[in-house]
Design a protein around this ligand. Structure first.
Ligand code: SF4
Length: 367
């Protein structure tokens, strides 16, 4: 998950320096999950990891977030299935009492009941993220690895609408799923959705069994996303496909939009954010990483301060500075607003500073 503003986001007007403070901190509260999704980053298991952060360590992590100061990052509780943690609501209360905005991405299992969603709302959760990878049970359940997941997801989507819980739908974009996107969009239009996040596959974890889109197909799809976003009743955004910002910027300029109009566009809000710059990920065992799909461990919350690791570790500092990127991304005139997916660069080359192979753009400056 990213990277873009999450479902629970409220526009903050104080400018944020992403080299100092992330917008979103994703905490993988547990690896435990009843689903077996084909693209699972966490390779989730039915049971929690034996070294999973304890309740006290989770509380300590939440308090550390305050050290970032104003504006505080948002905390996004993910997994595995965060609902499988017995201390979930206690941890939500601690974070919200400290003034931290909390969102959550539960798994669509029978645990996600109407009563649970009411409790999430009552405990101050600002946003709910659900995955919908196809417009029907056959296609979605094939990706999620369990029959009935589609129906549970659609039920949760309806309940979120009834409860007025801001909802982000995340949809996997892979060669196998891209054809379904127009139908999924039509389905989502019938519901109360705040944001639709299109996650372009990173082939890690179980995701290796799916095929990424080619750079050419991705480029075509990004133009479809731009056209769709113009009329959509919700924000349409991409995750792990920051070169969409280049496409959107070109299209907006071609349409004669002024710099001020571009600055006010939904696409602009994600500019500059990428893995490790605006994004931080804490694993279920406390490892501090630039993103969930970028398993470069820069520290661990059991012994390091998250602020110090985010601001000063070599891993994060290199990701803050697009001038350190290599290949096309290092010379591209769009490297500040885009910079490419650092996760995909790492997955495909072993170097998080290399170029994003999803992008077909040829920068105007030669390498
Ligand atoms: S070459 Fe890299 S920085 Fe430039 S648009 Fe493509 S992904 Fe973004």
């Amino acid at each position: 998950m990213t990277h873009t503003t999450h479902a629970g986001s409220k526009m903050r007007h104080k400018p944020r320096d992403y080299a100092q403070t992330p917008l979103n901190i994703y905490w993988e509260m547990t690896q435990a999950c009843a689903l077996a999704c084909r693209h699972c980053r966490a390779e989730a298991m039915p049971q929690p990891h034996p070294w999973q952060l304890s309740h006290e360590e989770g509380v300590s992590l939440i308090h550390q977030i305050l050290e970032f100061g104003d504006p505080l990052p948002q905390l996004i509780l993910t997994g595995g299935d965060p609902l499988s943690r017995p201390d979930l609501f206690e941890l939500i209360d601690i974070a919200t009492d400290l003034g931290i905005s909390v969102s959550i991405t539960p798994s669509a299992t029978p645990t996600l009941t109407y009563e649970t969603m009411v409790r999430l709302k009552e405990h101050g959760v600002q946003g709910l993220g659900l995955s919908l990878d196809g417009p029907n049970a056959k296609n979605h359940d094939a990706i999620r690895g369990i029959d009935g997941c589609f129906d549970l997801t659609m039920q949760a989507i309806r309940w979120a609408g009834e409860l007025d819980l801001p909802l982000q739908i995340n949809t996997l974009v892979a060669a196998e799923t891209a054809v379904d996107l127009p139908a999924t969009y039509e389905l989502l239009k019938q519901h109360k959705v705040m944001r639709w996040g299109l996650f372009f596959l990173i082939s890690v974890g179980r995701g290796r069994v799916l095929q990424p889109l080619s750079p050419e197909a991705s480029e075509d799809l990004m133009h479809w996303v731009y056209d769709t976003a113009k009329d959509a009743p919700f924000v349409v955004a991409t995750t792990e496909a920051p070169s969409y910002r280049r496409v959107a910027l070109d299209r907006m300029r071609d349409e004669g939009m002024t710099p001020e109009q571009i600055r006010r566009s939904p696409a602009y809000r994600g500019f500059n954010i990428r893995d490790g710059n605006g994004i931080m990920f804490i694993s279920n065992t406390g490892d501090i990483c630039p993103a969930g799909f970028l398993p470069l461990t820069a520290g661990n919350v059991r012994k390091d301060r998250v602020t110090d690791v985010y601001r000063n570790s070599a891993v994060f500092r290199s990701l803050h500075n697009p001038n350190e990127f290599k290949g096309k991304c290092g010379v591209c005139e769009h490297r500040v607003i885009c910079g490419g997916s650092r996760s995909r660069a790492f997955t495909s080359t072993g170097d998080s500073l290399e170029s994003d192979p999803l992008c077909s753009y040829e920068p105007q400056r030669n390498i």
